[in-house]
Design a protein around this ligand. Sequence first.
Ligand SMILES: *Cc1c(COP(=O)(O)O)cnc(C)c1O
Length: 492
Amino acid sequence: MKREAPIELTPEEFRALGHRLVDDIAAFLGSLPGRKVTSGDQPSRIRSLLGTSSLPASGERPALLLAETQRLLFGHSLFNSHPKFFGYITAPAAPIGILGDLLASAANPNTGSFVLSPAATEIEAQTIRWIAELIGYPAECGGILVSGGNMANFICFLAARRAKTPWDIRTKGIGGDPRALRFYCSAEAHTWVQKAADLFGLGTDAIRWVPTDAGLRLDPAHLAAMIEEDRKNGHLPFMAVGTAGTVGTGAIDPLADIARICRDHDLWFHVDGAYGAPAAALPEAPPALRALGEADSIAVDPHKWLYAPLEVGCALVRRKDDLKSAFSYQPGYFRFQGDPGDEPTNFFELGMQNSRGFRALKVWLALRHVGREGYIRMIGDDIALARHLFACVKNEPELEAGTLGLSIATFRYVPAALPAEGAEAYLNTLNSTLCDELQRGGDAFVSNALLGGRFFLRACIVNFRTTEEDCEALPRIIVELGRKVDRRLRPH
Ligand SMILES: *Cc1c(COP(=O)(O)O)cnc(C)c1O
């Protein structure tokens, strides 16, 4: 008997729906520059569009369903693929990656093990080697793709914890030794450090915050002293984190100094390169960034500066075995050994996931589509545009320039006349109101940074669609809105 599954589409139905969808997506991508960056909808508006009906009892026609869903998504989203999206370190989706995700779902390999995903596993392994090569890390390193920067940092954190604890932490846990684990980073490090310390049982007191210099870079002069002090107090320092491109201002910690201190004190040296690591590919890369080649592990985020569609992060470890020794269990129901001399990679043993999707394809396709040269050009252009934006800001009397690091520029609106008293507090209110209104209005999208308690606007360019004109328009948009907000907050 022929089975009729309600979820099945015939090849003819699939083709018609797919052609239509691809046509609509192409039109959407072409229409982006003319759209608002965001619809700025409140949650209640979206909820009312979705309605309150309960789970549909029976099915709907897929053509209508896809058309309606497009209206919802294209009409009520924030588009990080928009040329005037300067908000967070979030990239537009590389078009080849959009197609790659479709193809990956069609093949649908389970990349947990080699037998379940022969081509996909090797494509992932090659993608990892290519990412390492691009940023100047040894290509014979180990690695795994995960969902993003946080997860990549967690993988490296757990590899470090396993490698640097002299007892069997995987059976005894962190209580297997009376010494408390300690690790080091600056206060500019991303919040993954708190999550890791908390989730993996160390507690956030395990984080030792190293002071920063005037450029918001970790000050290595303090690092060695803090490690020695902790040892004297009976703690167990195990890792130091250098950030290659801080999320706030794009600062690069002095990676070579941190590497040396880690060597001298037998600590694991981890680099959070979620944002900045790909910039190490540039011939003119800052020397501090080059030193990421000395790290024991690195987190890279292909959904940032490699412009892959969400989600994909990448953890790299210098010694391949460090992932297996931190994560591998071999349950009896998995029989995934290969032939001697031709051992398969089974990614379930190298990280936290069991079943895994084919995240590598969109990254691998993009790396092949544009090559090293293409990335060097796009990343270089993003950095040059951030500089251009910063120069435009400096030419604008009502804007105060803040910081410029990698492709992040910070600045704030300062009206011609300020209140005689409480000027700083007023500027904070003014700029945070301005930021909220800009974010909802959709003419452009920026986020914010706090610089010594002062509220600055923050423009990040990790966007191959942003042009010089977009950068020149941004200060004008902000000044115009700033004047309006100032008049409303302080009627003259
Ligand atoms: C973005 C970022 C992260 C987190 O990455 P996700 O992909 O958002 O999980 C961590 N560290 C730095 C420096 C980042 O820029």
